[in-house]
Design a protein around this ligand. Structure first.
Ligand code: FE
Ligand code: FE
Ligand code: FE
Length: 214
């Protein structure tokens, strides 16, 4: 690889592989999600992702190359982490929080890649490619923000309440529908700290995101 154009092509293949993989992994996450809104968010983004693959097809056409993917170890690692989580976490509320965290890791990878590709396309004077890459970049950012809102709106809190509930109570609680019987104590028990650390993605971003509207 000697030129920026070649680097652009290689990275295009990287995201092509990533998007194709995401089209398969998002439905699995939707199936596992225990919150209807989260399920819907994953389903909607699956459809969006199919459109993103088509945009990449167009860009390959623009550069006169056959659309093809190149294995992206980074994304495969993120998918592996997601699968691990889905196999390990039994508590439905905690699983929801974990799924958001995994999904956001993927969105951030995509945001990084598309941001770079857009900049390179600009440098290479490919205005059509810039437009296509920008459209996808905007969708990834919106998805990331939507997930942050879902996490901060209820899902992280629900996961935390569940963790704090006495074991006996938890065993009899209805898993998916159990509403957090929220005793609004501002305790900073170790349990709370633990869950917060697990969802530090959305929580950190809250500083920049305006307070959720209720
Ligand atoms: Fe994508
Ligand atoms: Fe990659
Ligand atoms: Fe995405």
């Amino acid at each position: 690889m000697e030129t920026l154009k070649e680097l652009f092509e290689e990275t295009l293949k990287d995201v092509y592989f990533a998007e194709k993989t995401i089209v398969k992994s998002l439905p699995k996450m939707a199936k596992k999600a225990k919150s209807p809104e989260l399920k819907r968010a994953f389903e909607e983004h699956t459809e969006q992702t199919k459109g993103q693959v088509e945009r990449l097809d167009e860009i390959f056409k623009l550069i006169g190359k056959r659309a093809s993917g190149k294995k992206c170890p980074a994304l495969m690692g993120l998918v592996e982490e997601t699968e691990e989580l889905m196999g390990e976490v039994k508590d439905p509320q905690v699983l929801n929080a974990g799924l958001i965290g995994c999904a956001q890791a993927v969105e951030h990878y995509e945001i990084a890649r598309y941001g770079t590709l857009r900049a390179w396309a600009e440098q290479l004077e490919m205005p059509k490619a810039v437009k296509l890459l920008e459209a996808t970049l905007a969708e990834e950012k919106t998805t990331d923000e939507k997930l942050t809102k879902l996490a901060l709106g209820r899902i992280n809190r629900a996961a935390d309440e569940d963790t704090k509930a006495p074991a006996a109570k938890r065993a009899t609680a209805k898993p998916a529908t159990a509403k957090p019987a929220a005793p609004k104590t501002k305790s900073t028990s170790p349990a709370k700290g633990k869950v917060k650390a697990a969802s530090s993605g959305p929580a950190t971003r809250s500083a920049k995101t305006p307070a959720r509207k209720k």
